[in-house]
Structure formats: C-alpha cells, structure tokens
Write a protein that binds this ligand. Structure first.
Ligand SMILES: Nc1nc2c(ncn2[C@@H]2O[C@H](COP(=O)(O)OP(=O)(O)O)[C@@H](O)[C@H]2O)c(=O)[nH]1
Ligand SMILES: [Mg+2]
Length: 194
C-alpha cells in the first residue's frame, strides 16, 4: 500500500479529498518525494535514474486513495509566486522540502518559507518540513535545519520537521503519519464548529 493510501486510512477512509501542496527550492527533492509517495509501490528512487530537473512551474498532480496530491516548484524566481500562492491557499497541508545537504541555500529556503507562510494569511494549515537527503553523510541534522529555518518563530501553524530521504524512503512514513494526525484534528475541530 502506498503511503498516500495509508494517509487516507489514517484519516478515516472514505473519499475525502485532501490537497497537499509540496513546495521547496529547486533541487531539494520534491519530484523525488512525489515519486516515492506515488502509488503503486515503486522501486526505491535510488535504483532509478534521477527525475529530470523541473523547469519553470511544472506541476505534479495525482490522486491516491482519496488523497489529492499536487506539487508546485518554488524555484525559478519570484515570477512564479502567484502560482504557488494560489495552490497554497487551496491546500489542506503543506510539505516543505529542504535539501539538508546544501547548507548554503538554507538562508534562501528560509526566506521562501517565510514568504509562503505570509501568503497563507489567516489560513493555518499544517506544515511538514522534510529535511531531505538525510542519507547523505554531509546532511545537517534535522534540528540544525529547524534552527536555520527559524521554525521556532513560526506561530499559529502546527509544524513538524523530520529527517527524510526521498531516495530511500526513510522518514516519509513518520512525516505523513504526523500530517494525517494533524489533518484529522483539523477536520474534527471544523466539524465541531458546525
Ligand atoms: N542523496 C539523495 N539525493 C536526493 C534525494 N532526493 C532527491 N535527490 C536528488 O536530488 C536531485 C534533485 O531532486 P528533484 O526531486 O529533482 O528535486 P526538485 O527540483 O525539488 O524536484 C536529484 O538528482 C535527485 O536524485 C535524497 O533523499 N537523497
Ligand atoms: Mg522537480
């Protein structure tokens, strides 16, 4: 069973549409992450040739087990911002992918994340940060990534960071399980308001 189908089960089954937007700088591993999550179960990404670099605003979209998944690149400069803003505003959750083995770009990644969160305005959707490429020996510890991104200053948004590897699949189940718990809570409290 793919992780997204599991997510759907964790959410209580049914045909619930959960839209998860995946953002992050170019080369952080968004396409690889989607490939790792994409059903049916695939061979580990490490055994396949790497996905071609995403040019401009290529968008991945698929639905699995009632979970609708879409990815939009943040990279490629500010000119694409309107596009990811639109997707973020419509999303139920955000996965923000960071290349933990690229410390020089963490500052850029932090300011992009801050822009994304600011664009969300009053909408407060769960934020899962994946410190990706944790399989690489030069990868920073996920707590160092959290510090570099100033995650402790993120307010009003439930967030979680975990070490992950889109190449091996490590850490993805933990991250997706956290997301599912948060989404369940959000849905439950929304229902409670009606
Ligand atoms: N070692 C390692 N390499 C990764 C991982 N995830 C992605 N990559 C590599 O990083 C590069 C960029 O990945 P890609 O998914 O295209 O990034 P995107 O631009 O964010 O979509 C590719 O060469 C991938 O094979 C990972 O978890 N570990
Ligand atoms: Mg890509």
């Amino acid at each position: 069973m793919g992780l997204l189908e599991k997510l759907s089960l964790w959410l209580g089954g049914g045909a619930r549409e959960v839209s998860v937007v995946v953002l992050g700088l170019d080369n952080s591993g968004k396409s690889s992450l989607l490939r790792a999550l994409h059903p049916p179960p695939r061979t580990p990404a490490a055994e396949e040739p790497p996905p071609p670099p995403t040019v401009g605003t290529r968008q991945d979209h698929f639905t699995a087990g009632g979970v609708s998944f879409s990815a939009v690149e943040v990279g490629g400069g500010r000119r694409h911002r309107a596009l990811w803003e639109r997707h973020y505003r419509a999303a139920d959750a955000l996965i923000y992918v960071v290349d933990a083995a690229d410390p020089l770009r963490l500052v850029v990644s932090r300011s992009e994340l801050q822009l994304v969160l600011a664009a969300g305005g009053a909408r407060r959707v769960p934020l899962l940060v994946l410190a990706n490429k944790s399989d690489r020996p030069d990868a920073l510890h996920h707590l160092q990534v959290a510090q570099a991104l100033s995650l402790e200053q993120v307010q009003g948004v439930p967030w979680h960071i975990c070490a992950a590897s889109a190449a091996s699949g490590a850490g993805l189940a933990e991250g997706v399980a956290w997301l599912a718990r948060e989404l369940r809570t959000t849905h439950a409290s929304r229902k409670g308001q009606h």
